[in-house]
Ligand binder design. Sequence first.
Ligand code: NAD
Length: 482
Amino acid sequence: MTTTINNEKNIQIYGQFINGVWQASEETIPVLNKFTGEEFARIGKASREEVDHAVTNALETFQTKNLSPYERYEILIRTAEIIKERKEELALLLVREVGKVLKDARGEIDRGIQTLIASAEEAKRIAGTGVPLGQPGNENKLAFTIRVPVGVIGAITPFNFPFNLTVHKLGPALAAGNTVVLKPAEVTPVIACKIADIFTEAGLPAGFLNVVNGIGQETGQYLLEDERIAMFTFTGSPGVGRHIKSTTGIRRVTLELGNNSPNIVHHDAPDLDKAAELCVTRGYSNAGQACISVQRVYVHQDVYDAFTEKAIKIAESLKVGNPEDPETDIGPMISEKEARRAEEWIQEAEEQGAKVIFGGERNGSILEPTILSDVKPEMKVVCQEVFAPVITLIPYSDIQDAFDQANDSRFGLQVGLFTSNIQLAMRAAQELQFGGIIINDVSSYRADVMPYGGIKDSGIGKEGPHYAVQEMTDEKIVVINL
Ligand code: NAD
């Protein structure tokens, strides 16, 4: 199904997946193993013409073919089953193309399987509501709504969870009866190409899912400019999210963007050991490259020293290195450039008065897990999204001050709070300006079925299959004059 070049490396090339067939592109770009730096695959760079073909095919498919809700359910369930059978192979692919450690890679595949199953279930329960028209003059009217697919959906995905975040878009989009043109992140595209093949094997007819590979500013931009795409579902950086919103006019978009996630550890945290373990390990999983990764940790002064000691102990116990080793906890970042950028932010913070109390060193694309103290709100490691294995510890004495500092951000995706006080927890739910308030767990908690999405610069719209289906359908009112 893919095209393979016959050179000595026998490297697989994924071109453009249009109408159920892989088509070779004129130009290709390499995909690297993020730990060894070796090229292990290539992808085509879709031209404007190729993107046009993909969208034309997706639109024709939407207009001429139809899958019943039960057929969609069966295809999504079968896709989940095939992925389950091939879990180890797909996890190893994530290890190579993302640099994700094996434990995290296996976890991502497991989560993605559940996301597909949840999407399948949604396919069978898409419904509108009855609308009571109780105002005078409407006595003879019966009204209800129905939900219909929006049409062609453009899905644009990031590098950091290229399996689960891709199925978070494809699952609900297909469950709702749409067709999709997917543009995966160019640094981690192979898993998405595998997903396309697996959907075909699971019985998805040609045209429902097309994949265009290439660079964001080129291939992605061609997609944005194609007015036939009814909706974009995007996960990625705030800068690109802003660009998408300003380019797509009145077309619908959902944007899942960044965060500099705060976590508050109050003096009455039910289990300080657990809170420290969660803050540290979830600040470093996926080498800190998660939008809800623990970043700013506000710790009440009464427990600050004890918490710090525990945090350092946990960080010391983590194994850093080769992501293929099942024992490794922290692998490389996506590129040496990104690791260098994070290192520079740490050094800049140090120059401004911060202390590195653990880690801080870089070796190629591997940045040691790092803990900073004595930070100030204006330092980049605090006020921007660090997207690296770096956490900052900030003491507070007044909970209102901790809330204010947590809210003092252009982002608002998720926040964690550790406390035994139910009243404080409920106050946090009201006052913390985030899409998700997680009590007694960290900001990075996510169940794939829950409504997930931020406020402020963290984006618009919700993911989670049930909620994404609402975003990916149009609600029509039907009024019957009896
Ligand atoms: P990115 O914005 O650089 O790229 C994301 C996608 O957008 C890629 O497919 C890229 O090719 C494409 N793109 C880039 N420029 C484009 C353009 N001009 N037009 C169309 N498409 C374009 O993001 P990334 O570096 O891959 O991912 C990291 C970011 O994603 C972080 O900011 C992180 O917080 C965010 N993220 C958010 C969530 C969430 O659910 N909120 C989840 C994961 C990652």
